[in-house]
Ligand binder design. Structure first.
Ligand code: 5GP
Ligand code: ZN
Length: 140
């Protein structure tokens, strides 16, 4: 629990939320500013800021909740697709510093478009160098 964290205050009942799923480890509730109606946030009850701090066991619990919510959005709201997105750090667009997954129902006519600006590597060598650096760090 972090006193100045909005999501910890929702967990403590100090701020109301439209809860759709709760168990010992997680809470899922409607995002107050939905990209598409039904947009849900899934959070761990433990206050951690990013994916780097959560245990694998707690992350498993969050992801099970994400899967349950995604299924419910399809079944209950007739979602034709579902986006799952998550930001770590302000530079990545994280506004609330309590780990959360966005689960967003999608429809052919929902009018939402991601600003997905795909780029390219300068050369195969550059791509290979990036690959090798990432692999090396995981072995450390
Ligand atoms: P982020 O940008 O950190 O990935 O997403 C934070 C999300 O939390 C936003 O989509 C925002 O609408 C949502 N949010 C912020 N404050 C509240 C709140 O008090 N209640 C609910 N239900 N959602 C909130
Ligand atoms: Zn918190």
């Amino acid at each position: 629990m972090s006193n100045d964290c909005i999501f910890c205050n929702i967990l403590a009942g100090g701020i109301p939320a439209a809860t759709i799923l709760e168990n010992d480890d997680i809470l899922a509730f409607l995002d107050i500013g939905p990209i598409v109606k039904g947009h849900t946030l899934v959070i761990p009850k433990q206050h951690v800021e990013t994916i780097h701090e959560i245990s694998t066991e707690q992350l498993n619990a969050v992801m099970i909740g994400v899967q349950q919510v995604a299924a419910a959005l399809v079944k209950a709201l007739g979602a034709e697709g579902v986006n799952i997105t998550q930001a770590n750090g302000a530079v990545a667009g994280q506004v609330v510093p309590h780990l959360h997954f966005h689960v967003i129902p999608r429809y052919a006519d929902d009018g939402h478009h991601w600003n997905w600006n795909a780029k390219s590597y300068d050369s195969p060598e550059e791509m290979g160098s990036v690959k090798e650096r990432i692999i090396a760090s995981m072995g450390a």
